[in-house]
Design a binder for this molecule. Sequence first.
Ligand SMILES: [Fe+2]
Ligand SMILES: [Fe+2]
Length: 226
Amino acid sequence: MAHRTRSKDSWMPAKNEPVDYEPWQRLTLTRVEADTRSQLASKPRRLAHSISVARMAEHLAVLYGVDPYLARVSGLLHDWDKAVPSDELIERARYFGIDLGVPLESVEPLLHGMVAARELPQRYPHLPREVWHAIDCHTSAAEDMGPLDMVLFVADGIEPLRRASEGITQTRSLVGKASLEDLFWCAFVGGIVYVLEGGRYLLPRTIDIYNTLAQSRAHKRELGIN
Ligand SMILES: [Fe+2]
Ligand SMILES: [Fe+2]
């Protein structure tokens, strides 16, 4: 199905599309991209980022044996609710019963993925649950990160339009060299470091997710997995 083309920097998606999609997949991708362009029309930078994340996610998916179609569609839709004003987003999060153990106002930047994951299945009922799970946890990560979740999380963090920081450069350098789990770990920990160094608010649940994942990685190392 998918065949890989190499770009100069191996972390960066090639200009030409690396995947021969089925006609029905092509149709859905075209429709979802058109919808995303319309949804984010008032936010051109966010739209450019979403399209870039979709390409990056597709690239990572091909590299790591994940479904590139689901990766690309997740990338296109992941920031859908960035178009929603803060107050309304918090209201919608309350409506869906999203509870992060802290006032929703203090974690508003994290809510757009969680809300979109609960709204968009009605609009795209034919897309599978993995897509919504990946979008749900793209801002916070989760204890149960699957391959598609990791692909979207990493793609969001390192897509080419994102200005390089030490952590982002390090994650980019590992693309295609480290396992997907290690690549995700680098992006996840880099994100935490970024929050701490900037003196920003860290979601308490992130510490639990970090500890769970760190223990799971240590356990796998003991068993000689990875
Ligand atoms: Fe996001
Ligand atoms: Fe994003």
